[in-house]
Design a protein around this ligand. Structure first.
Ligand code: GLU
Length: 368
């Protein structure tokens, strides 16, 4: 069982699990969930919670409706609801003698390497002190362009950054179905996903409306991040009492298995990027070179999409638009536009200054 094999476990709780349709916090559910956490602690596991609910609880506190809120209003409401959310956890976890901390992250905190390392250190320190960190997106400062917007991908990125062994997304469904179970009797729950292939994508699209706020798309995106960072991920029903105990007893759910053995932490961070700034399309020769562990040189670049700066995350694609690698670029998109197709020794002449020879150095490049 994957939970038993794991040491560091991240559990994501969606708003629909924690809060009723009328916006009331589900006290009994959280009391029972605290027992799940106790159980994991008794098995010497380290637990990190990612919890949604700030906006929903803020609305309930103010007595206003959640639907149709403008972004600036929901940011203000999140700042109110986040206190309600943490008070709710604190009051109930105190009774079980579980100490908690609050961590609010923005997209920048995970996408800038220095900040990501800092967040990891803080979380590691908390875990070493026996504290359960409770993470949410910092909705108050996140703007539309630089926002996760869903805690599925945030939880996956956090799992990757802290090198978690397992992520459990507690949702209001049992897992990934082949068809929408509300509409189709001939549906099947997928128990294990080794690869996110066309079939899995098809199931996710077919069942999209069946899933909560983040939908199935963000869950599959989260699974991709986990698969590439050597982390197991489950989509499981959190609506029952003691969902973790139930998963431990083999309750049905969908497990996504890691695709590769663990890369080093830096390469995991590169591959798990949730906000690549652009892409380069490369020729077959360059693909071969990358597959042999070489750097990406300007000669192999055919086309660029997007505007990006030196040091940004970019995708590397073949000429059929299939992603083959990800990396940190040594040049801006404007510079690559000028040097693409050229030999590395011509770079200085073209740009008028000396720089690196590779578009993406092999140390900054990870094959997908
Ligand atoms: N961060 C949002 C909140 O606390 C939730 C995002 C989500 O639903 O995944 O309300």
């Amino acid at each position: 069982m994957y939970i038993n094999k794991s040491k560091k476990i991240v559990i994501k709780i969606g708003s629909s699990i924690l809060i009723t349709k009328n916006g009331k916090p589900k006290k009994i559910w959280l009391e029972e969930f605290a027992k799940d956490i106790k159980l994991l602690i008794s098995k010497k596991k380290q637990v990190i919670i990612v919890s949604s609910g700030a906006i929903a609880l803020g609305c309930e506190y103010l007595g206003i409706k959640k639907n149709g809120l403008k972004i600036d209003k929901s940011q203000a409401i999140a700042s109110i609801g986040q206190i309600v959310l943490m008070n709710f956890f604190k009051k109930i976890f105190d009774k079980s003698k579980i100490k908690i901390s609050q961590i609010l992250l923005t997209l920048d905190d995970t996408e800038q390497r220095r900040r990501a390392i800092n967040a990891k250190r803080t979380i590691d320190n908390l875990l070493a002190m026996g504290i359960i960190p409770i993470v949410n997106e910092n909705d108050t400062t996140a703007t539309t362009e630089i926002k996760y917007g869903d805690n599925d991908r945030l939880a996956a990125r956090v799992s990757q950054i802290i090198s978690a062994d397992c992520l459990i997304l507690l949702s209001d469904v049992d897992g990934l179905y082949t068809r929408n179970p509300k509409k189709n009797r001939e549906t099947k729950l997928i128990k294990t996903v080794r690869e996110i292939d066309e079939n899995v994508k098809k199931y996710a699209t077919r069942t999209e409306n069946f899933y909560g706020s983040g939908g199935m798309k963000t869950k599959i995106d989260a699974a991709k991040i986990c698969q590439l960072s050597g982390c197991y991920m489950a989509i499981a029903n959190g609506n029952h009492k003691n969902p973790i105990k139930k998963i431990l007893k083999n309750q049905k759910c969908t497990w996504f298995l890691p695709r590769i053995s663990k890369l080093d932490a830096r390469k995991q961070w590169i591959i798990g990027s949730v906000a690549p700034k652009g892409e380069v399309i490369i020729d077959d020769g360059a693909i071969k070179a990358i597959n042999n562990g070489k750097s990406l040189l300007p000669a192999g670049v055919k086309k660029i999409n997007g505007i990006f700066e030196k040091g940004d995350h970019i995708l590397v694609k073949d000429q059929n638009d299939t992603e083959c690698a990800r990396g940190l670029t040594s040049f801006s998109s404007i510079e690559i536009e000028k040097i693409k197709g050229s030999h590395s020794r011509e770079i200085k002449n073209i740009l008028g200054y000396s720089s690196r020879e590779e578009i993406i150095h092999k140390d900054d490049l990870v094959k997908v």
